[in-house]
Design a protein around this ligand. Structure first.
Ligand SMILES: [Zn+2]
Length: 309
């Protein structure tokens, strides 16, 4: 994971832990690789990410401008450090160089009592679209030290992930509005972004049920009972052929197992379930576009035929 994933995919307040110091016996050993991984995650060396610009409606590289808060600079301001221990009697405390993960000052392994129990740092990222410098994004993360463990959280983002991806909502608006599911579609993603998975799954289920009911109505189908399984069987062929055999499983996951899933699973599975809904929306969207085009072509051809008569 790197800073681009953090911006594009991490939801607010989700935690990522890095174990920089590991207790062995009564001393803390330093894991420089874990530190490097953490600095990669927070993009210390990155000055660009690629993301969807919601004003250009297209992906562009964004320049990153960082502001470090709570760090300690050396005299020449060539690098910044995180102080992680108290001062030793005859030497300054240990501090991590964020440029390369090296430690300066008091050297590890550290006796238990010397490692700081708690510390907190913040980084602000100002992101500027390289296609138009008036398009700006903003993100803030915090790094919290709890003895050897460092917890990184995205604590702020503007515009929200939701409006960064707003483009997708707009794309399927016509299809969703037709079945009265546009709000459900937005709320599914909003709930997911806020870790309210029961809600997110319920909204997806509602969209799916509305899709089924709409196809039943459009095709004047009479059902022998009201079970969802019966409905799926009846309108299966209205779905994109690549997903029509997945529908039964989609519904059973959406309706049953959410309470049995842990947070990580809920988060991961949500993307797959939503992808199935999106494939169908994309299918309807393209069908719709093709219908419009062929109608246009039809009237153009009629006109030409009339002209050459
Ligand atoms: Zn832009």
């Amino acid at each position: 994971m790197n800073i681009q994933d953090v911006f594009n995919n991490e939801s607010l307040y989700s935690k990522k832990e890095f174990k920089l110091f590991v207790l062995e016996g009564d001393k803390y050993n330093y894991d420089e690789d874990a530190a490097k991984e953490m600095f990669k995650y927070i993009g210390i060396k990155n000055n660009k990410i690629v993301t969807l610009c919601n004003k250009c409606n297209k992906e562009f590289p964004f320049d990153i401008d960082k502001r470090l808060i709570g760090f300690f600079d050396d005299m020449n301001h060539t690098t910044s450090y995180m102080s992680v221990t108290r001062n030793f009697s005859n030497a300054p405390g240990g501090r991590i160089d964020i440029k390369n993960g090296h430690i300066w000052g008091g050297m590890p392994p550290y006796p238990k009592a010397f490692l700081n129990e708690y510390g907190k740092w913040y980084i602000e990222y100002q992101l500027t679209c390289t296609n138009d410098s008036s398009h700006r994004y903003f993100m803030v993360i915090s790094i919290e030290q709890r003895l050897g463990t460092f917890i990184v959280k995205k604590i702020g983002q503007d515009p929200s992930m939701l409006s960064v991806h707003d483009f997708d909502f707009e794309k399927y608006k016509e299809q969703l509005t037709k079945i009265n599911a546009y709000e459900d579609y937005k709320k599914a993603d909003l709930s997911n972004a806020e870790h309210f998975y029961v809600g997110a799954y319920a909204y997806l289920r509602r969209i799916f049920e509305k899709m089924l009911n709409n196809y039943i109505k459009e095709n004047n189908i009479t059902l022998k009972d009201d079970h969802v399984e019966t409905k799926i069987k009846a309108v299966k062929d209205c779905f994109d052929s690549r997903i029509k055999d997945l529908l039964k499983n989609l519904y059973s996951i959406l309706s049953k197992s959410i309470h049995e899933l842990n947070e990580e699973q809920s988060k991961e599975y949500y993307q797959y379930l939503k992808a199935i809904i999106d494939i169908q929306l994309e299918f309807e969207y393209t069908e719709n576009e093709k219908n419009k085009q062929s109608k246009q072509l039809n009237s153009i051809l009629n006109k030409i035929v009339n002209e050459i008569k």
